[in-house]
Design a protein around this ligand. Structure first.
Ligand SMILES: Nc1nc2c(ncn2[C@@H]2O[C@H](COP(=O)(O)OP(=O)(O)OP(=O)(O)O)[C@@H](O)[C@H]2O)c(=O)[nH]1
Length: 785
């Protein structure tokens, strides 16, 4: 008999080598490893074990030789439940692992079981128990498949028993490894009949938002991801399990399964715009129009508002420009009209830029003695862009020099044709000073609003926009709000921009305390935790907790955005930028007395358009210029603009020390003008070539050490000593360079004019020929517009 090694024997009986080694050790035959050679006595011992076993089993197992076919029924029988209980409950439903877990108890079962479970001597303490389990179950084997899919039933019985048997033996880890290994080895050898898969019932409908991965969709449908991948493949979509599927793909797959699918639109509670979506319009009632008055400087906006309100507010205004945003309500013929008093168009644009459509109607004031001016045109364009109806108030009709026809004529050129001339623009001649025509202006406003069918629902929770906000020493944050829909009440939990609070007190435009404010009403409120910004939206919430949550979330995200912007403006990266010289930026810090003016200034400054330079407003704020403004300016090489504010003592000192430029102004357009100039000065000069003259070479002279002198005649313009030249031969530029010497006779000349002869030498070029043309040019700086 030839010697046989452990692994060879193991192979012969289709058992793991380890099992053979263990079996031998039980009979006090020690072998080192699977490569060890077996003595004859060892072989006969093993034969007695394995041959017997296989002989006994064969009749039952039919096709399979020996231990395997054997182990299977027993495995199936006991193992599954126990295996599940032990290792991985979720996997319990699967065939193989359960069998392995099982093998441990079967050890005691001598012949066949021992063959299988081999590795688990450690499990001995619980053997009796588990074996009995196994035994008890074996007869029921055929039913096992079913039990396989009912892990719940299996777990309570087998699980605990298993666990206790595994752990005390300390073989948990090993056992697990062995199991794995065995699993690998056995799988190909002992394929279980495929378990009929019990498919989950398809849902009637699934929902998703934005997209789903293949795995997520599979889960929702209760199908294997591979099945979905296959279906996608059939539909021509190659997808992996983690691939995001778009709406179309999801719909296609769901259609395949005949499952209804619905996309959920996620509503972001912190997005205030959502609350501005129109609600049930049947509840709407008529509301007053909100009117903005715009026009060129000094054409009488303030006087008109003043006249309408019968008060005098013109006196005391710096530079005669309306600087504060306010809102007022008047009553005409029993109907209310709300007027927004804005500083020119800037605030109007700023609000629009923030998506706040506040104005229902624009009145454009044009002085009859002055006609259409640049800002008139701007105002028209803003109103047109906002798709707001326009009424033209032709003002200063009391003046002898008033020429309303001219105004009408000029406005026609901008598409505003008076009704009298067959157009549809309402022109109202007025005198803001005397009050003439004001009544008919108000009448027209009401007429136009009627056509516009302005409606709102006073019963809903209020929403609207911030007209103006500032920090008041005594009252804290004070905000002028325009209620656009619903009714605002004292005590309402409110989110205003990135601030929140409860409406503590409300004051009307005439300074009266009010308890509620309906649609189109401007009110000043207190009770916010911080100062919001003009143009911010406000929304009343159902309770204070929600308002706080939304407000805080908004504030946090706003801060994050602000921080990420601020980190860009550091001394470090500024230096880098300058060094690279790629981009020129003018950093500005804007401070003003009130938030409205800050907004207006910032909007105007950002509009400055000088090629190659960006205006960047790195910080804005209402209130005096402080030391921290200066340090920020110093760190980011910014200029500080103060509008109607002054630097405090510390700021002044810091600015001097750091060399920070502070510009103080009281009139908006002066600021803009100054900055624009500064920006033009900032730019690198740009040059363009200008041809100044031409000369024809009539003869050439070679002079040693000097080179070839071109004896020329200036045919056009002039040739200057410092001009650049091109040598043109038969229409082709043969050389381009600089003049070396320019002489009239023997003397050096600075320039030689048309009609004169001269001698020219060209730097690094001697190949001049008769009849060549010398074209002279200079580089001229372009003045930027
Ligand atoms: N004669 C006459 N003067 C008027 C009339 N309306 C305004 N003015 C005068 O025109 C000047 C400018 O008027 P404002 O109301 O300050 O003009 P504005 O358009 O508000 O000007 P800014 O606030 O600087 O943009 C003031 O001196 C007014 O008295 C008018 O109907 N007739």
């Amino acid at each position: 008999m030839t010697k046989i090694r452990v692994h060879e024997y193991a192979k012969k009986v289709d058992k793991p080598s380890k099992e053979i080694i263990n079996e031998l050790s039980k009979h006090n035959i020690n072998v080192q490893n699977h490569m060890a050679t077996l003595e004859d006595n060892a072989v006969s011992k093993l034969d007695s074990i394995y041959k017997n076993a296989s002989a006994g089993q064969r009749p039952a197992a039919q096709s399979r030789p020996s231990g395997q076919s054997q182990s299977r029924p027993s495995q199936g029988g006991q193992s599954r439940p126990s295996g599940q209980g032990q290792s991985r409950p979720s996997q319990g439903g699967q065939s193989r692992p359960s069998g392995q877990g099982q093998s441990r108890p079967s050890q005691g079962g001598q012949s066949r079981p021992s063959g299988q479970s081999q590795s688990r001597p450690a499990a001995a303490p619980s053997q009796g128990q588990s074996r009995s389990q196994g035994n008890g179950q074996r007869p029921t084997t055929p039913a096992k498949t079913g039990s396989n899919f009912t892990p719940k039933a299996a777990k309570p019985t087998a699980g605990p028993g298993q666990r206790s048997s595994g752990r005390p033996g300390g073989g948990n880890r090993n056992g697990f490894q062995n199991r794995n290994r065995k699993g690998k080895q056995q799988q190909p050898v002992n394929p279980l009949p495929p378990m009929p898969k019990k498919e989950k019932e398809l849902p009637a409908k699934i929902t998703f938002s934005e997209s789903l991965t293949v795995a997520e969709l599979a889960k929702k449908l209760g199908r294997e991801p591979s099945e979905i991948i296959k279906k996608l493949f059939m539909l021509g979509v190659m997808a992996t399990i983690n691939q995001e599927l778009d709406k179309d793909a999801i719909e296609l797959i769901c259609a395949e399964y005949e499952v209804e699918v619905e996309e959920e639109i996620l509503v972001d509670k912190t997005d205030l715009e959502v609350y501005f979506e129109p609600e049930d319009e049947s509840l709407n009632e008529e509301r007053p129009p909100v009117v903005t008055i715009m026009g060129h400087v000094d054409h009488g906006k303030t006087t008109l508002l003043d006249s309408i309100r019968h008060t005098k507010v013109t006196a005391g205004e710096a530079g005669g420009i309306t600087q504060h945003i306010g809102a007022y309500q008047v009553v005409d013929n029993g109907k209310k009209i709300t007027f927004l008093d804005t500083p020119g168009h800037a605030a109007f644009t700023t609000m629009r830029a923030r998506g706040a459509k506040v104005t229902d109607l624009a009145i454009i004031v044009v002085a009859a003695d002055d006609g259409v001016m640049p800002q008139t045109v701007e105002a028209i364009n803003h109103a047109k862009a906002a798709e707001v109806p326009i009424i033209i108030a032709v003002n200063k009709m009391d003046k002898p020099s008033a020429n309303p026809d001219r105004v009408m004529q000029e406005l026609t050129e901008h598409g505003l044709v008076p009704e009298a001339w067959g157009g549809d623009t309402i022109f109202v001649p007025i005198s803001a000073l005397t009050g003439d025509g004001i009544d008919s202006l108000l009448e027209m406003i009401l007429l136009v609003s009627e056509v516009g069918e302005l409606k709102a629902n006073p019963a809903r929770r209020a929403i609207g926009t911030v007209i103006e906000a500032e920090l008041d020493k005594g009252r804290g944050s004070v905000a002028t709000l325009l209620v656009q829909d619903g009714t605002l009440n004292v005590g309402d939990p409110i989110v205003v921009g990135n601030t929140f609070g409860r409406v503590r007190a409300m004051v009307s435009d005439v300074g009266r305390r009010v308890k509620e404010a309906g649609p189109s009403t401007p009110v000043e409120i207190t009770g916010l935790n911080d100062v919001p910004q003009a143009g911010d939206r406000f929304v009343v919430f159902e309770d204070e907790k929600t308002a706080r949550q939304v407000g805080e979330t908004r504030a946090t995200s706003a801060l994050q955005v602000q921080r990420s912007e601020k980190t860009r403006v550091t001394l470090d990266n500024l230096f880098d930028q300058l060094k690279q010289g790629e981009m020129k930026e003018l950093n500005l810090i804007v401070k003003a007395d009130v938030q409205g003016a800050v907004e207006a200034m910032a909007a105007s400054l950002l509009k400055i358009d000088v090629e190659g330079v960006n205006v960047k407003i790195i910080h804005t704020g209402a209130g005096a210029i402080t030391e921290s403004d200066i340090s920020l300016a110093a760190a980011s090489n910014a200029i500080v603009i103060g509008f109607n504010v002054r630097p405090d003592a510390n700021a002044k000192r810091a600015a001097e020390a750091e060399g920070v430029d502070i510009r103080l102004h009281r009139i908006i357009y002066k600021v803009i003008e100054e900055i624009e100039f500064a920006m033009k000065g900032l730019l690198d000069p740009e040059f363009e070539e200008k041809i100044i003259g031409q000369a024809e070479i009539r003869s050439t002279f070679k002079v040693s050490k000097v080179g070839t002198i071109a004896g020329s005649y200036v045919t056009e313009g002039k040739i200057t000593r410092d001009s650049g030249v091109r040598v043109i031969r038969e229409g082709i530029v043969v050389f381009e360079g600089e003049i070396d010497t320019l002489k009239r006779f023997k003397d050096d000349a600075k320039e030689v004019a048309k009609g004169y002869e001269c001698g020219i030498t060209i730097k690094n070029f001697n190949d001049v020929k008769e009849m060549d043309i010398i074209e002279a040019y200079i580089m001229e700086e372009i003045v930027r517009k």
